[in-house]
Design a binder for this molecule. Structure first.
Ligand code: HEM
Length: 412
């Protein structure tokens, strides 16, 4: 199915997503499409055709335009994967990421103060302590002092998981189920039935957690939602469980993937490592550039037009699906000169890696704090860090919604 092409108006609509050539660059066809009309027809896995938008300005325009909906049951909404049907069948289960305003902002606003930049910064001492604990153990003589370690297994998977578990007040012993089931939800390698089963198990776990906080609130995000919202009648448990699952799923695999690829750049790009060693103050700008460069939400964001919209030279009709390619927008030379070069000195803050508009990533400050702290800790504890296998042997995970590495073996 993936290599099929559909024909409309005598023109073939290429299959989407396209395959990458170089594993750290988006598929080369995206640059060709960006040079053409504001939107191009592409064919999804199920044979349906949607619009693909690739230029930075047009991606931003659509994401900032209320005439495009994020509700999956809307006519024409792109079904990006076989499991998209699951979400379509139970739209409330996806929480506010798949809702429009005012419903979206009613739920999102209950969480905004938990995810402010200041709150993320307050977590840094805890993050540093956690990272120093992990890395001091990794570089110890008992671990073979210099023999290869896998930074994905040891760092980029456990750190975001421990952070969200700490925010939710989940004890260490109960993290495994949460990690395992949320990983299934973002991996395209599972059947819709397996995904549904994982989602149900995760929901049962979260429901129990919420109920325990209703009985006895503590000092964590879930307890604050219970006290401030549930007890006031503003939120019920059936809304709260998908909201908590959204935070777990949206925040875990994404941060793991972006941190893994950022660490890959750190160990393979001499300019990046040298620049950060010379000027540690460069770290926040470098992390923005790494977000732009890697754009891990690799297949982009889906929306549907609820009215006819003129986008540049293309008329998108009500009821047509649109896919916004964040990776193509982030390599747009109109905004980022020499876009395929990773340049920690550039101002990359207008990147689209966290989306744009009302759904722009709620957890972006937290994600950036985690990635900055992971990079800084690796530089601190592993001064001569380098790949322990040839680049060609790295295990890039193409079939997941957040592009990333299965493992990152390094030595130092
Ligand atoms: C939304 C990317 C980390 C929570 C989004 C969106 C993107 C994104 C592109 C927009 C989705 C859309 O418009 O349809 C990322 C990346 C991350 C990351 C690249 C890591 C590098 C996190 C973290 C959390 C989080 C750590 C929280 C723990 C959310 C939530 C939404 C969201 C709740 C929905 C916001 C809304 O609909 O209003 N993220 N994210 N994300 N993200 Fe993130």
């Amino acid at each position: 199915m993936r290599d099929d092409v559909a024909v409309r108006d005598g023109k073939a609509a290429p299959s989407y997503p396209m395959r990458r050539g170089c594993p750290v660059d988006p598929p080369p066809q995206l640059a060709e499409l960006r040079a053409g009309p504001a939107a191009s027809r592409v064919t999804l896995w199920d044979g349906s055709e949607v619009w693909l938008v690739t230029a930075h300005a047009h991606v931003r325009a659509v994401l900032g335009d209320r005439r495009f909906t994020a509700v999956t049951s809307a006519p024409g909404f792109p079904m990006m994967t076989p499991t998209s049907q699951l979400v379509r069948a139970q739209p409330k289960s996806a929480s506010f990421i798949r809702a429009d305003d005012p419903e979206h902002s009613r739920l999102r606003s209950m969480l905004t103060r938990e995810f402010l930049q200041r709150r993320a910064d307050e977590m840094r001492p805890m993050l540093r302590e956690m990272l120093d604990g992990i890395l001091s153990e990794l570089v110890s003589e008992e671990r073979g002092g210099g023999s290869p370690v896998d930074l994905v297994a040891e760092l980029t998977i456990p750190v975001p998981s421990r952070v969200i578990a700490a925010m939710f007040g989940i004890p260490a012993g109960e993290r495994a189920l949460m990690e395992d089931r949320s990983a299934i939800l973002i991996d395209r390698g599972y059947t819709p039935q397996q995904v549904a089963a994982a989602r149900d198990e995760l929901d049962a776990f979260l429901r129990e957690l919420v109920e325990s906080r209703i009985r006895e609130p503590g000092d964590d995000l879930i307890s604050r939602l219970v006290v401030d919202q549930v007890r006031q009648g503003a939120l019920d448990i059936d809304e709260m469980v998908p909201m908590c699952r959204l935070l777990l799923v949206a925040g875990h695999g994404t941060t793991t993937s972006q941190a893994g690829l950022s660490l890959l750049s750190l160990v393979t790009d001499k300019n990046l490592a040298a620049s950060l060693r010379e000027d540690p103050e460069l770290l926040p700008a470098a992390v923005e550039e790494l977000l732009r460069f890697h754009s891990i939400v690799q297949n982009g964001l889906a929306r549907a037009a609820t009215q006819d919209v003129q986008l540049g030279d293309v008329l998108i009709r009500a009821g047509e699906g649109v896919v916004l390619s964040l990776s193509a927008g982030n390599r747009d030379e109109q905004l980022f000169p020499s876009p395929d070069t990773l340049d920690p000195h550039r101002d990359a803050r207008r990147h689209l890696a966290f989306g744009h508009g009302i759904h722009q990533c709620l957890g972006q400050w937290l994600a950036k704090a985690e990635i900055e702290e992971m990079l800084a800790a690796v530089l601190r504890w592993m001064p001569g860090v380098r790949l322990a296998v040839p680049f060609e042997e790295l295990d890039f995970r193409h079939e997941v919604s957040s592009y990333g590495l299965g493992s990152l073996p390094v030595t130092w």
